[in-house]
Write a protein that binds this ligand. Structure first.
Ligand code: NAD
Ligand code: ZN
Length: 364
């Protein structure tokens, strides 16, 4: 099974995609390490603790529990965990093992980045979204009242371990939310990956090993390649934000409650696709294929009662908006995107309205 190299100025490390990947944990620990701290949530620990125990086979470790949920991804909890580590005798030779979804990988990564000015972290991602996105690339952080992920640092891990077998316990809706990020990866960088998603939808949704392992590996390969070319998002890494500019406005407008992140991104990709098509950048057939595949992996919760103007006015408030210029990542064909910042506001509003019209049905 594949192992991909993520090569950044900070560190070069492996992202391993493999059934049983957690067993590789000892291979990536520093030769002389101090205490090990597993940061996780109660639910993940109840379901999958055995994998860590087996991998560490007799090596002692402490488990630090974090209460999951976006509302808990806060500095106060980072501080609490740091205090707990200090109490338990952590020092600069300690290693954090983040074991959970994207909230855990972001928060534990952040903790590792700032504890004693930085200790190593190994990321073991247990949601599909964290496996293909959050755990790879070194972005860590926590939320402020003012917005999501507004504080954080880049802290590259020693390794990322991705075991598709842990996904069998993931709620179906969370699994589909991760699939939207994989669809995103296909649209921005790989027509073949997009085709697999289009052609093997039933196998993907049923988690057939060959299909799931392939799409995860392809997504991780591409994310590793993009991050390696631009760790700090000054250029190419921006393409990963396809669907996110619109998606973030939907998440913010619904107070991070109505939609999972991936679902908001699915809606956002729909809006970006309409926009690219309306601007004459994307051929009809590609736009139709994208919208069709998004439907086939749906539904997302209804966007009925959401106001298009409100979403549009949130675009300029997005974290990625610089000096009031909104940067839209727009597909020019399946497998390729451009970043465009001179989009007329009326065109963006029209695309938002079309995407809202597509997703009115009450489904959940
Ligand atoms: N750093 C990055 O580059 C990056 C990229 C994308 C997203 N993110 C962040 O990721 C977060 C979202 O992550 P997420 O979607 O993984 O959500 P999450 O971490 O909240 O996990 C979703 C739920 O699934 C549970 N869970 C995790 N693994 C499980 C398993 N194997 N079986 C059963 N339940 C399991 C979790 O406890 C949680 O209740 C957001 O905060 C977002 O900002 C970061
Ligand atoms: Zn995302």
């Amino acid at each position: 099974m594949p192992q991909f190299e993520v090569s950044t100025p900070q560190r070069t490390y492996a992202a391993v995609v493999e059934r049983g990947a957690v067993n590789r944990l000892p291979d990536f620990l520093p030769a002389k390490h101090g205490k090990l701290f597993v940061v996780t949530t109660q639910d993940v620990w109840e379901l999958h603790a055995e994998r860590i125990r087996k991998a560490l086979d007799g090596t002692s470790f402490d488990v630090l529990f974090f209460t999951g949920g976006e509302q808990n991804k806060r500095m106060a909890h980072v501080e609490q965990l740091a205090e707990e580590m200090a109490e338990k005798g952590a020092d600069r030779s300690s290693v954090i093992i983040a074991f959970g979804g994207g909230i855990v990988t972001d928060l534990a990564g952040f903790l590792a980045a700032i504890f004693m000015r930085g200790i190593p972290v190994i990321q073991i991602a247990t949601t599909l979204l964290a496996q293909v996105d959050a755990a790879v690339g070194g972005k860590t952080g926590s939320n402020l009242v003012a917005g999501k992920n507004l504080v954080g640092v880049f802290h590259q891990p020693l390794a990322v371990l991705i075991d598709p077998a842990v996904l069998t316990t993931l709620p179906e809706r969370e699994y589909r939310a991760g699939l939207y990020e994989i669809i995103k990866t296909g649209i921005i960088a790989s027509e073949p990956l997009f085709r697999v998603l289009a052609d093997q939808r039933d196998a993907v949704l049923a988690q057939h090993h060959h299909a799931v392992d392939h799409i995860i590996a392809e997504s991780v390969r591409i994310k590793a390649e993009v991050v390696s070319s631009d760790e700090r998002e000054s250029g190419r890494r921006k393409i990963l934000n396809f669907g996110h500019t619109f998606g973030h406005s939907l998440e913010a407008e619904t107070h991070y409650k109505g939609f999972l992140h991936g679902e908001a991104v699915s809606w956002g990709m729909r809006a970006a696709t309409h926009l690219a098509h309306d601007l004459g950048l994307l051929p009809d057939s590609d736009a139709e294929s994208i919208l069709f595949v998004l439907d086939r992996y749906g539904p997302i919760p209804s966007t009925r009662n959401i106001c298009g103007n409100a979403l549009q006015s949130r675009l300029v408030k997005d974290k990625k908006t610089i000096q009031s210029k909104v940067h839209f990542v727009l597909p020019t064909r399946i497998g390729d995107v451009i970043v465009k910042s001179d989009v007329p506001p009326e065109a963006a509003l029209k695309a938002i309205r079309k995407a809202l019209a597509d997703t009115q049905e009450v489904t959940q």
